[in-house]
Write a protein that binds this ligand. Sequence first.
Ligand SMILES: [Zn+2]
Length: 412
Amino acid sequence: MAVTPRQTADSTALLRRLDSKVGSLKSEMVEFTKKLVKIRTENPPGKNYGELVSAIKKLADASGFETKIYGKSGKPNLVITWNVGSKHTLHINGHYDVVPAVGAWKHAPFEPVIEDGKLFGRGAADSKSNICAVIYAAKAMKELGMKPACNLELSFTCDEESGGVDGLGYLVAEKLVKPDFAIVADGPVRGINNAHKGVLALKITVVGKSAHAAWPQRGVNAFLGAGKLAIELNGLNTKLGKVKSRCDTSEEVEKSPTIVPGGRAEGGVKFNSVPGEFSFTIDRRIIPEEKISDAKDELLAAINAFSRKNPEYGVIIETILEAKPSFADKNCKISKALSRSIKSVKGEAPNYYLLPGFLDMRYLVNEAKIDCVNYGTAGGNEHGVDEFVYADSILDLVKIFVLTAMDKELEA
Ligand SMILES: [Zn+2]
């Protein structure tokens, strides 16, 4: 579609008003992000969820938005709606749980501080700054008297870090949200993630026979069997490395499915006994072109081959998690609107990526069957020590979300 000089002038004026509004809200937004970081929503165990949701609700209520809380006991999910009478609804989601903080941090992980433009704290980037940007985008629009091009539905959900079944998964399964297209605001990001890998996580227990270590010949060492099996399953990586997704990735190696054995491993009783049981986990990443069931069959075939060669061992397989990969066309409506907004704010169109991690985006793509992409603030060390978000990237994200929500193409 051709852009007329009139539209360009309009969007420049809009961006100028937005710049000054968002600039005036900066310290408030930084304080709000800090406030959210201070509420320790570590998952596991999944705590202080109610307090966190109340903090967002308070801000939404003060701005006059309609809010609802849905969820199982102890698992509140907040939904904010802004109905403008459009036939289309844009959904933007942020998750509020964080992974636990371990290790030696420069600053205490739940006492956020700003240093050189970086806001440090657990959840600063993943994903409390994103929550801040989503709610402040709506607030800024309202205060500027702007109206979104389509209805807005914002959700703030729990348990993303443990699979999201009771979070965004719940809202989608219970049909409590009804979007036509969506953005999952989860970060930090380098560009638009229009796809992410899925995961099949298994717990594999190798069963041998326990015995006193003084008479090892009386036992069957399950640790050695598990080691042998783990090495064989790891060997599948050679074949998987030749399988490539058609999606764009930051590194070539990220195009392939992968297997990581031993994320968790346990077994045996004591040094002076032959271990009778030993178990380890497998993390098998699934690219969007693959099916989880095929990946499972491939692993089972390898385990069966091991069992035939090593009949002294039994093998028990348990599924820990199955999360489907998801994919949205780069040219879908929401992706293009978001890309246009990023270009207006940052002066450069974003790159697209297949994210090797998995996101709650899959519920909207695979279950709600709508187009959804992932975008968020910029930062680093998520899930690690000294997690941070660039404070200015919160401002950029607010502007990007406002421009996206105002994009007339979404209404068409
Ligand atoms: Zn996240």
